[in-house]
Each structure stands twice: as structure tokens, then as C-alpha cells.
Design a protein around this ligand. Structure first.
Ligand SMILES: CC(C)(COP(=O)(O)OP(=O)(O)OC[C@H]1O[C@@H](n2cnc3c(N)ncnc32)[C@H](O)[C@@H]1OP(=O)(O)O)[C@@H](O)C(=O)NCCC(=O)NCCS
Length: 172
């Protein structure tokens, strides 16, 4: 196992699409349509690249996407938000990640956050906020294994489940 973070790349279209079908089977990422994506995958990659610039829609901070690949197979994604706004300060934080369903519980989750934190450091983030649902045991373990210190658990108006807010000192 030698997973690495890469920038989104059309070379991974096939295994990305297979992963998307897995996410759909658990009702995640439904906003992405396999057929539409297959018509212009390179355009989707360009769309992701553009998220890291300052020209995002109002209310969205610049966010850089990376894909975790292992042996040329798409495993999951992590994104790093360059700054926090009021909304992200409560929910979402600096870093979001997901591992495709068939590749879970193999340690990729811990690794993707570790690698994502290194990317955050390169963006000048020295203290990263990472949040997860109070009942997301896997994610809480990932954050804690990466040095997360729980600040608090908050019940937000728009969320049925309480949100755990962790801070991680990002070492250089
Ligand atoms: C949460 C998620 C990233 C975990 O990824 P993963 O690759 O399975 O994580 P790991 O294999 O590194 O597991 C980390 C730890 O959590 C445990 N774990 C993982 N999923 C678990 C689950 N559903 N229930 C209980 N424990 C779980 C693992 O056994 C491991 O425990 P250990 O430290 O005692 O060995 C993955 O389930 C996922 O993508 N979920 C949907 C999106 C999501 O929740 N993203 C995080 C948002 S904050």
C-alpha cells in the first residue's frame, strides 16, 4: 500500500466513476451524475481546479482538491479550504475527506487526513479545524489519530446530529 495525493486528473476517470457508483449506492455525492460526468470528465477536472482560486461563488472560500490514489486506483478525496468563514468555523472546518466504500477500514482514512494536513501546511495553515458528526466513529478516530484536540461538540440548527470540532496543530 503506497497511497499518494495527486491533483484531480482525467487519467483516473474510470476508477473515479466506479467509486462514484459506490457512493451513490449509499446515497452520497448524488449531485454528481455519472452520465453527465462521462460526457466531459476533463471539464469536471478543470472545474475542481478552479475551486482553489479566489473567483469562487460568493460565500465560498478557495478550496484545493486532491485525490488519493493507490496503484493508479482512485481511493478517495481530500479538500483543503484556504481560510475559514463563519459557516466553516462551525461546520466543515479546513479539511474535508472521504474514502470510497469498498476501500474503507484499511487505514486510508487516517492516511488521507495526514497527507491533507501536509498540504494545509503548504498553504500556510498552522492550526487546522476539522469537524465530524458526533456519531461518525471512524472520522473521530481519524482526527484523533492525527492529533486532533476536541474543542467542543455543538448542536447546529441545520444538522440533526451534533458536530464535533477538533483543532490540529499542523507541524512543519
Ligand atoms: C469516515 C471515513 C473517511 C473512514 O475512512 P476509513 O478509510 O474507513 O478509515 P480508517 O480505515 O483509517 O479507519 C480509522 C479508524 O476508524 C475505524 N472505523 C472506520 N469506519 C468505522 C465505522 N463505520 N464504525 C466504526 N469504526 C470505524 C477503523 O476501524 C479505524 O479504527 P482503529 O483506529 O481502531 O484501527 C469513511 O467511512 C468515509 O469516507 N465516510 C463517508 C464520508 C465521511 O464521513 N467523511 C468524513 C467527514 S468528517
Amino acid at each position: 500500500m503506497n497511497p499518494q495525493l495527486v491533483s484531480p486528473d482525467a487519467a483516473f476517470q474510470q476508477t473515479y466513476t466506479e467509486a462514484l457508483r459506490e457512493f451513490h449506492a449509499e446515497n452520497r455525492n448524488l449531485e454528481q451524475d455519472v452520465i453527465i460526468l462521462s460526457r466531459d470528465f476533463a471539464g469536471y477536472v478543470r472545474h475542481l481546479e478552479k475551486q482553489s482560486t479566489d473567483e469562487r461563488r460568493e460565500g465560498l472560500v478557495p478550496e484545493t482538491y486532491y485525490w488519493l490514489v493507490d496503484d493508479s486506483v482512485y481511493i478517495g478525496r481530500v479538500s483543503v479550504r484556504h481560510t475559514l468563514n463563519n459557516r466553516l468555523m462551525q461546520f466543515g472546518g479546513h479539511i474535508g475527506y472521504e474514502i470510497r466504500p469498498t476501500k474503507r477500514r484499511m487505514g486510508y482514512g487516517k492516511r488521507i487526513l495526514q497527507l491533507g494536513l501536509a498540504k494545509a501546511r503548504l498553504l500556510g495553515i498552522t492550526r487546522a479545524l476539522v469537524t465530524c458528526d458526533d456519531d461518525n466513529i471512524g472520522s473521530a478516530k481519524i482526527i484523533e489519530a492525527n492529533g486532533g484536540i476536541l474543542e467542543n461538540t455543538v448542536l447546529l440548527n441545520h444538522r440533526a446530529v451534533a458536530t464535533r470540532r477538533y483543532w490540529i496543530d499542523v507541524v512543519g
